[in-house]
Design a binder for this molecule. Structure first.
Ligand code: NAG
Ligand code: NAG
Length: 186
């Protein structure tokens, strides 16, 4: 009796271990697989950036490809809203050079337009309307590049938003890539 109970116990433990590790393996694979495909299909996506970004959200542990797209949109939204907050903070500086002030105001407008657009993208994506979602994310990708380019128009100006713009650009590129993968599976 003693023996069979402990046998049963270890037998169950054994299966639980197998199940949980294969489950973990599977979900780790979907992140890695998605990032590998994204990095291969787009020069704008860095594999390590992709894995680190998706893994930073604990929901991706049990996600499928469609869910990963929603996670990537949430990461993008956080990044865009914090960039917008950063721009507003920078604009409070009274000693700003006029040129830089103008650039920051343009950036604020670009991000203020892009944030509600992402809301529409999320809705369309949920409705599996991948074509419209694709077009809108592509337009969102122009916000960080146009913002960053503005600062380059006057020599010697250093953009205070390079890091933010790079992150937003890459997350938008990743979102676009995941939308396209879903579209091709349709
Ligand atoms: C923006 O995205 C990058 C890459 O995922 C991340 O490292 C950073 O913490 C994010 N910032 C915010 C404020 O969400
Ligand atoms: C994910 O993390 C949040 C807090 O960061 C926590 O509230 C939630 O329970 C976690 N979910 C899972 C599935 O681990």
């Amino acid at each position: 009796m003693m023996i069979s109970t402990s046998f049963l116990f270890s037998f169950t433990t054994f299966f639980l271990l197998i199940f949980s590790s294969s489950h973990g393996l599977y979900t780790q694979n979907i992140i890695q697989e998605t990032c590998k495909k994204s990095a291969e299909s787009s020069p704008n996506i860095n594999y390590k950036f992709c894995v680190a970004s998706l893994e930073s959200d604990n929901r991706s542990r049990s996600a499928n490809l469609h869910k990963l797209g929603l996670i990537s949109m949430d990461l993008l939204r956080h990044n865009m809203t914090s960039t917008r907050r950063e721009i507003k903070k920078l604009l409070r500086n009274k000693k700003l050079e006029n040129f830089v002030k103008g650039c920051l105001k343009d950036c604020l407008e670009l991000y203020s337009d892009a944030i509600p657009t992402l809301k529409e993208v999320k809705r369309e994506y949920k409705e599996k309307n991948y074509r419209d979602a694709n077009v809108k994310v592509s337009s969102i990708m122009e916000a960080p590049t146009t913002c960053e380019d503005g600062f380059q128009e006057k020599q010697g100006t250093i953009s205070p938003l390079t890091n933010n713009n790079n992150n937003v650009f890459q997350l938008a590129a990743l979102t676009l890539s995941i939308i396209n993968m879903n579209m091709h599976l349709q």
